[in-house]
Design a protein around this ligand. Sequence first.
Ligand code: HEM
Length: 310
Amino acid sequence: MLPYFPFGQRFNDKMGTAPLSESDRLVEVDAQYSPEITLKRQLLTELPDYYFQTLPDYETAQWDVVDIILHNLARFGPDQFTLQKNGDRWHWENHLLNEAITFTFGDATTLPYAPLDWVGRQVQEDLIVLAGNDATLVAGQLCFANDWCLDEKIGLPFGQIHAPIMPIVEPMMQAAQKLMERLPIGRPVWRANWSVKISDQLDMTSRHTTFLQQRLADRLPTLTPDTIGDQLYIRVERQTLTRLPRSGAILFGIHTYQNRLAVEAADLQRAKQMAQVFSTTPQAMLDYKSMTSFLPTLLTYLNNYPSTSI
Ligand code: HEM
């Protein structure tokens, strides 16, 4: 089952952020760790400039990310990761991957990749860095994006990044903009968002959009209340926002989880909550999320779920 289930009594038009407490992980390591890291590294080998980008002059922020993530991994997974520090000489051991490296903190020449690119290869999360008052996207390693990519958004401020949805959820995005301006150091927050997809491929960056739209169009005629549970996937992102101490930039971390609709809907409470949210989602948002074509079938399925099986 999905570890996060952001479906309640109706569509949530609020930001849905909550504080991340001292006992909460900033990055999560789950059973998919090894295959997802392997996939991420394959993608970065195939198309390095598509999946990792940085504007000049943001190295301090990248080191901030290395610092916060390595400490977090070692603190929450002492059997999985070890960090030893001797001044600026840091020794990192990743026991899950059987890897070790010694590097000089602050000296990028001692790492095999740019600091953000290197540390991103240690975690399942996509890592995005935003800087300045308008929270401009200045660097990112983004392999598992849902329908966007760095080429489209690098150099854009928070408001413009969200241009397609601004008119749909404007008050939410204004609140989010304020949060980006005021987020204090040491007070990270998190939220979860959701989507319903025709595939469970993790990499849904924009280069796959045409293919995925075609797949949905092709499968649409076969989606019935009896088949839809096996054909669709619920995709949930656990998103964290952390103000970085040295640079003042913000780290936006995205951990993508997904599961077959039928498996989630086997829990009748979850089926009911999904139906409640989908049936109250504004039409423009349904269009944005490409759900309009199958929504009636989806609701019939969820509302009658007890009569069907996985
Ligand atoms: C509290 C903070 C945030 C809120 C409330 C928020 C909200 C949203 C919402 C409602 C959507 C529409 C799709 C969906 O529901 O999944 C969306 C899309 C998106 N968000 Fe955010 N977001 C936040 C932070 C961020 C940050 C920090 C980034 C940094 C890059 C970001 C990047 C995006 C992108 C790229 C899209 C897709 C836009 C497109 O279709 O072109 N979001 N966001």
